[in-house]
Unconditional design. Structure first.
Length: 245
């Protein structure tokens, strides 16, 4: 077990930069300045040994946003008993959700831990992992963002109208607080929704959907996502969970 802990500890010290790379590749929410500040704060808390507060931020603020490093660190702190009661099974479930994008570093630590577990422990890990998938997987997060953006596809007013007449309506951009055109907000929302829809339909292996046509299909997409996430599908690097006796 010492080899496992050595690998895990080494990875914990190297990896905050992975968070930025992960955000860049998946159509979750933007890595905005507020999120970056939270990431910097939690890293400082962790390095100072304020584990209870660090674990809360990793698990309750960053992990729900799709931050895979935060999901990994939530598991790592369960494994090491830092700020929470030591729980290897719960740690393994968090490692599995952190590794869903097949990031090599996350796969390595996931596999190291799972290979050291018994069949009974793997069964318990499966149950916890499925629960985490339903709440923290990329599919759930991205689909939620699609739903959030649907009102903006109609370019509804999001703040004070600044100009009238027959020209383009000027509104307040909810992201920046600056004035912009309603058309700009609608076009930006359409691009974001389309990128996220492409991600969802690719993952589910279903026919593509145009952003302007998605509203009537939201319930069906949620059903397909729930079905997809209800199955343990991580290969664990060739290690078979729950091997037969």
């Amino acid at each position: 077990m010492s080899r496992i802990y050595s690998l895990l500890i080494a990875f914990a010290l190297l990896a905050p930069g992975l968070a930025v790379a992960e955000w860049a590749e998946y159509p979750t929410d933007n890595l905005n300045s507020r999120t970056a500040q939270i990431q910097a704060k939690v890293e400082s808390l962790y390095r100072r040994g304020d584990y209870k507060r660090a674990h809360f931020i990793y698990s309750k603020e960053l992990a729900p946003l799709g931050d895979k490093y935060a999901q990994y660190m939530t598991g790592y702190m369960y494994l090491m008993g830092q700020g929470v009661k030591e729980d290897k099974i719960r740690a393994s479930a968090w490692y599995r959700i952190a590794a869903e994008r097949k990031t090599p570093e996350f796969l390595a630590v996931r596999d190291q831990l799972l290979r050291a577990m018994t069949k009974e422990q793997l069964t318990a890990s499966d149950a916890l992992y499925l629960d985490l998938r339903r709440n923290f997987s990329d599919l759930v997060i991205v689909m939620g963002l699609i739903v959030d953006d649907l009102p903006h596809l109609e370019a509804k007013r999001t703040g004070s109208r600044l100009s009238g007449g027959t020209g383009s309506v000027t509104v307040i951009d909810p992201n920046t607080g600056t004035s912009t055109s309603a058309d700009h907000l609608r076009n930006r929302a359409t691009r974001a929704v389309q990128a996220r829809l492409d991600f969802v339909t690719d993952k589910l292996d279903i026919e593509g959907i145009k952003a302007e046509n998605v509203a009537p299909q939201v319930d069906v997409l949620w059903e397909r996502i729930h079905d997809y996430l209800g199955v343990v599908d991580d290969d664990m690097g060739g290690f078979v969970a729950n091997p037969p006796n």
